[in-house]
Design a protein around this ligand. Structure first.
Ligand code: FES
Length: 224
Protein backbone atom coordinates (compact mmCIF):
# COMPACT_ATOMS: atom_id res chain seq x y z
CA UNK A 1 0.00 0.00 0.00
CA UNK A 2 1.31 3.43 -0.92
CA UNK A 3 2.78 5.37 2.00
CA UNK A 4 0.41 8.32 1.54
CA UNK A 5 -2.59 5.95 1.92
CA UNK A 6 -1.22 4.45 5.14
CA UNK A 7 -0.35 7.92 6.44
CA UNK A 8 -2.69 10.44 4.77
CA UNK A 9 -1.87 14.15 5.03
CA UNK A 10 -5.23 14.88 6.64
CA UNK A 11 -6.67 12.34 9.07
CA UNK A 12 -10.46 12.43 9.30
CA UNK A 13 -11.51 12.85 12.93
CA UNK A 14 -13.60 10.24 14.69
CA UNK A 15 -17.12 11.71 14.53
CA UNK A 16 -18.40 10.19 17.76
CA UNK A 17 -15.52 9.66 20.18
CA UNK A 18 -16.11 9.17 23.91
CA UNK A 19 -16.45 12.64 25.51
CA UNK A 20 -13.22 13.80 27.18
CA UNK A 21 -14.67 16.65 29.23
CA UNK A 22 -17.56 16.33 31.66
CA UNK A 23 -20.45 18.81 31.81
CA UNK A 24 -18.89 20.57 34.84
CA UNK A 25 -15.74 21.38 32.88
CA UNK A 26 -17.57 22.51 29.76
CA UNK A 27 -18.11 26.13 30.66
CA UNK A 28 -16.77 29.48 29.57
CA UNK A 29 -16.01 32.03 32.28
CA UNK A 30 -17.94 35.31 32.35
CA UNK A 31 -14.89 37.03 30.91
CA UNK A 32 -14.64 34.53 28.03
CA UNK A 33 -18.35 34.89 27.34
CA UNK A 34 -17.90 38.68 27.16
CA UNK A 35 -15.07 38.23 24.65
CA UNK A 36 -17.25 36.05 22.45
CA UNK A 37 -20.04 38.63 22.63
CA UNK A 38 -17.63 41.36 21.52
CA UNK A 39 -16.47 39.29 18.55
CA UNK A 40 -20.06 38.53 17.53
CA UNK A 41 -20.85 42.26 17.58
CA UNK A 42 -18.11 42.92 15.01
CA UNK A 43 -19.69 40.82 12.27
CA UNK A 44 -22.94 41.13 10.31
CA UNK A 45 -23.95 37.64 11.49
CA UNK A 46 -22.94 35.69 14.58
CA UNK A 47 -21.12 32.94 12.68
CA UNK A 48 -18.37 35.47 11.84
CA UNK A 49 -17.09 34.89 15.37
CA UNK A 50 -16.60 31.17 14.94
CA UNK A 51 -12.86 31.16 14.23
CA UNK A 52 -12.00 33.25 17.28
CA UNK A 53 -14.44 31.27 19.40
CA UNK A 54 -12.82 27.97 18.42
CA UNK A 55 -9.36 29.45 19.03
CA UNK A 56 -10.40 30.60 22.49
CA UNK A 57 -11.72 27.12 23.25
CA UNK A 58 -8.56 25.46 21.96
CA UNK A 59 -6.42 27.67 24.19
CA UNK A 60 -8.61 26.83 27.18
CA UNK A 61 -9.14 23.09 26.64
CA UNK A 62 -6.04 22.22 24.58
CA UNK A 63 -7.99 20.70 21.71
CA UNK A 64 -11.47 20.54 20.20
CA UNK A 65 -13.36 17.29 20.75
CA UNK A 66 -17.04 17.40 19.64
CA UNK A 67 -18.34 18.47 23.05
CA UNK A 68 -16.05 21.55 23.00
CA UNK A 69 -17.10 22.40 19.43
CA UNK A 70 -20.71 22.13 20.67
CA UNK A 71 -19.94 24.50 23.55
CA UNK A 72 -18.55 27.09 21.10
CA UNK A 73 -21.52 26.67 18.73
CA UNK A 74 -23.96 27.14 21.62
CA UNK A 75 -22.14 30.22 22.92
CA UNK A 76 -22.18 31.84 19.48
CA UNK A 77 -25.69 30.62 18.69
CA UNK A 78 -25.01 28.72 15.49
CA UNK A 79 -25.66 25.09 14.46
CA UNK A 80 -23.08 22.50 15.53
CA UNK A 81 -22.56 21.49 11.89
CA UNK A 82 -21.32 24.98 10.99
CA UNK A 83 -18.82 25.03 13.85
CA UNK A 84 -17.73 21.45 13.09
CA UNK A 85 -17.18 22.35 9.43
CA UNK A 86 -14.80 25.18 10.35
CA UNK A 87 -12.98 23.19 13.05
CA UNK A 88 -12.35 20.27 10.71
CA UNK A 89 -11.37 22.43 7.70
CA UNK A 90 -8.33 23.99 9.36
CA UNK A 91 -5.50 21.75 10.51
CA UNK A 92 -4.53 24.47 13.01
CA UNK A 93 -7.55 23.43 15.09
CA UNK A 94 -6.62 20.26 16.93
CA UNK A 95 -9.42 17.70 16.91
CA UNK A 96 -7.60 15.35 19.27
CA UNK A 97 -5.13 15.74 22.08
CA UNK A 98 -1.63 16.60 20.86
CA UNK A 99 1.83 16.60 22.38
CA UNK A 100 3.19 19.61 24.27
CA UNK A 101 4.86 20.68 21.01
CA UNK A 102 3.27 20.13 17.61
CA UNK A 103 5.88 20.18 14.84
CA UNK A 104 4.28 20.95 11.48
CA UNK A 105 6.77 20.10 8.76
CA UNK A 106 5.92 21.69 5.43
CA UNK A 107 6.19 19.30 2.46
CA UNK A 108 4.44 21.52 -0.04
CA UNK A 109 6.09 22.31 -3.37
CA UNK A 110 9.00 24.62 -2.47
CA UNK A 111 9.80 22.81 0.76
CA UNK A 112 9.53 19.44 -0.99
CA UNK A 113 12.13 20.45 -3.60
CA UNK A 114 14.44 21.75 -0.88
CA UNK A 115 14.23 18.59 1.23
CA UNK A 116 10.96 18.90 3.18
CA UNK A 117 10.42 15.13 3.07
CA UNK A 118 14.04 14.50 4.09
CA UNK A 119 13.43 16.71 7.13
CA UNK A 120 10.10 15.05 7.92
CA UNK A 121 11.61 11.56 7.74
CA UNK A 122 14.62 12.64 9.79
CA UNK A 123 12.31 13.98 12.49
CA UNK A 124 10.18 10.81 12.39
CA UNK A 125 13.27 8.65 12.86
CA UNK A 126 14.67 10.88 15.56
CA UNK A 127 11.48 10.89 17.62
CA UNK A 128 10.46 7.30 16.75
CA UNK A 129 6.94 8.19 15.63
CA UNK A 130 5.23 8.76 12.29
CA UNK A 131 3.55 11.97 11.23
CA UNK A 132 0.16 12.23 12.92
CA UNK A 133 1.50 10.46 16.02
CA UNK A 134 2.63 11.67 19.44
CA UNK A 135 5.73 10.48 21.27
CA UNK A 136 4.98 8.20 24.26
CA UNK A 137 6.23 10.87 26.70
CA UNK A 138 3.64 13.29 25.28
CA UNK A 139 6.28 15.86 24.34
CA UNK A 140 5.99 15.95 20.53
CA UNK A 141 3.42 15.44 17.81
CA UNK A 142 4.68 15.42 14.23
CA UNK A 143 2.41 16.65 11.47
CA UNK A 144 2.84 17.19 7.74
CA UNK A 145 1.72 20.66 6.72
CA UNK A 146 0.68 22.36 3.53
CA UNK A 147 2.39 25.62 2.51
CA UNK A 148 2.84 27.88 5.54
CA UNK A 149 3.75 30.93 3.47
CA UNK A 150 7.50 30.85 4.09
CA UNK A 151 8.52 29.23 0.78
CA UNK A 152 11.46 31.63 0.44
CA UNK A 153 13.19 29.94 3.36
CA UNK A 154 12.29 26.33 2.55
CA UNK A 155 12.39 23.75 4.01
CA UNK A 156 10.67 24.93 7.16
CA UNK A 157 8.49 23.86 10.05
CA UNK A 158 6.15 25.54 12.50
CA UNK A 159 6.02 24.94 16.26
CA UNK A 160 2.47 24.60 17.66
CA UNK A 161 0.79 27.17 15.42
CA UNK A 162 3.47 29.69 16.41
CA UNK A 163 7.15 30.28 15.67
CA UNK A 164 8.72 29.17 12.41
CA UNK A 165 12.05 27.43 11.93
CA UNK A 166 13.41 28.37 8.51
CA UNK A 167 16.00 26.70 6.27
CA UNK A 168 15.84 23.43 8.14
CA UNK A 169 18.85 21.17 8.41
CA UNK A 170 19.30 17.97 10.40
CA UNK A 171 21.52 19.92 12.83
CA UNK A 172 18.79 22.50 13.34
CA UNK A 173 16.24 19.76 14.03
CA UNK A 174 18.62 18.21 16.59
CA UNK A 175 19.09 21.58 18.30
CA UNK A 176 15.37 22.32 18.18
CA UNK A 177 14.35 19.02 19.79
CA UNK A 178 17.04 19.35 22.48
CA UNK A 179 15.94 22.90 23.31
CA UNK A 180 12.23 22.08 23.41
CA UNK A 181 12.92 19.09 25.69
CA UNK A 182 14.53 21.59 28.07
CA UNK A 183 11.45 23.82 27.78
CA UNK A 184 13.41 26.45 25.81
CA UNK A 185 12.71 28.03 22.43
CA UNK A 186 15.97 28.03 20.45
CA UNK A 187 17.36 31.36 19.27
CA UNK A 188 16.86 30.52 15.61
CA UNK A 189 13.06 30.34 15.71
CA UNK A 190 11.29 33.33 14.24
CA UNK A 191 7.91 34.83 13.67
CA UNK A 192 7.08 36.08 10.24
CA UNK A 193 3.33 36.47 10.45
CA UNK A 194 2.37 40.06 9.52
CA UNK A 195 0.57 40.76 12.79
CA UNK A 196 3.63 39.70 14.79
CA UNK A 197 5.94 41.80 12.64
CA UNK A 198 3.78 44.85 13.31
CA UNK A 199 3.63 44.16 16.99
CA UNK A 200 7.36 43.57 17.28
CA UNK A 201 8.40 46.39 15.01
CA UNK A 202 9.93 44.24 12.32
CA UNK A 203 10.74 40.73 11.26
CA UNK A 204 12.04 38.86 14.26
CA UNK A 205 14.08 36.40 12.17
CA UNK A 206 17.14 35.54 14.19
CA UNK A 207 18.61 32.63 12.28
CA UNK A 208 20.18 34.35 9.29
CA UNK A 209 23.69 33.72 10.55
CA UNK A 210 22.85 30.30 12.02
CA UNK A 211 22.93 28.41 8.71
CA UNK A 212 24.58 28.70 5.34
CA UNK A 213 21.36 27.56 3.65
CA UNK A 214 20.43 31.22 3.21
CA UNK A 215 23.19 31.45 0.59
CA UNK A 216 23.39 27.80 -0.49
CA UNK A 217 19.91 26.53 -1.32
CA UNK A 218 19.30 22.98 -0.02
CA UNK A 219 18.13 20.31 -2.48
CA UNK A 220 15.93 17.33 -1.69
CA UNK A 221 17.81 14.01 -1.35
CA UNK A 222 14.91 12.40 -3.18
CA UNK A 223 15.05 14.79 -6.13
CA UNK A 224 18.84 14.79 -6.43
S1 FES B 1 6.11 25.38 0.35
FE1 FES B 1 6.75 25.27 2.42
S2 FES B 1 6.30 27.23 3.18
FE2 FES B 1 5.55 27.31 1.16
Amino acid sequence: MADFIKHPVVELPDRKPEPVFGPDELVFSEDEKAQVKTWISRYPTADGAIMRGLWLAQEKFGFLPPEVIQLVADEIGIPYANAYGVATFYTQYFKEKKGTYVLDVCTCFSCQLCGGFDMLHYLEEKLGVHKGETTPDGDFTIQEAECLGACGSAPMLQITNGPFVHNLTEEKIDALVDALREGQMPAFTSVTLPQDEDELGGNRRTDVSATDTYSVRPVSETVR
